[in-house]
Design a binder for this molecule. Sequence first.
Ligand SMILES: Nc1ncnc2c1ncn2[C@@H]1O[C@H](COP(=O)(O)OP(=O)(O)OP(=O)(O)O)[C@@H](O)[C@H]1O
Length: 229
Amino acid sequence: MLVNFTDAAVDPLWKDLNLELRRGEFIAVLGPNGVGKSTFLGTILGTRKLTSGTVTVGARLGYIPQQQMFPDLPLRARDLVSLVAEHRVFRRGHRAEVDTLLERVGATGLAGRRVGKLSGGQQQLIRQAQALAMKPQVLLADEPLLSLDPGVQQRTVRLFGELKAEGVAQIVITHDINPFLGLVDRILYLAPHGHTLGRMDEVMQSDRLSELYDAQVTVAHINDRIVVV
Ligand SMILES: Nc1ncnc2c1ncn2[C@@H]1O[C@H](COP(=O)(O)OP(=O)(O)OP(=O)(O)O)[C@@H](O)[C@H]1O
């Protein structure tokens, strides 16, 4: 058991949520601003409480938060990742492991730089390395492509693909499903008038989403991209 929701609700955002996350599964969480997507991740992380129902977590979690700048700490990127790596703070011989993590996210050149001085996108790579340092069985990510340039976005999607192949389950909040089309197993679509959870072809339907928005919503397929208008 990785993550299980039973009849879960955070009033007044969403309710009647039932979900069992499977090993290696990739769930994309979609929906408009303020509908409770970050709150949903918060209930897994334990930072937000359900108002009814249960959530059970039986896995090591890694978390890439929505972009926020690090304070200008006197710490290098390598030190910050090192702090997370199984809480073995600054231990000798552990530098190689941290450098491998930084290399995996494409941040090798940033290892010795002071984190607070890095750009927003560069800081996101350090957040990725921190999340991987947890050796997660479940990776939670809140808008992980935000502020990344197209090349780095592609690299990040590739990384998520590798993690999936390794059996890491992932729950990823995104406003754009398109970069993840090759990875998505299920979509959790949170909307103003309810939610739906299912395979992409079940969820990304004009009539299904119109019901949840209580308004006319069209799901269009344009050049292999899915656009919700
Ligand atoms: N700690 C909190 N306690 C109570 N309400 C909160 C808390 N954090 C956020 N909220 C409120 O809950 C609602 C949902 O916020 P949340 O951040 O989960 O939405 P979201 O779907 O992730 O939005 P966005 O797409 O804009 O990031 C908002 O109205 C927000 O103001």
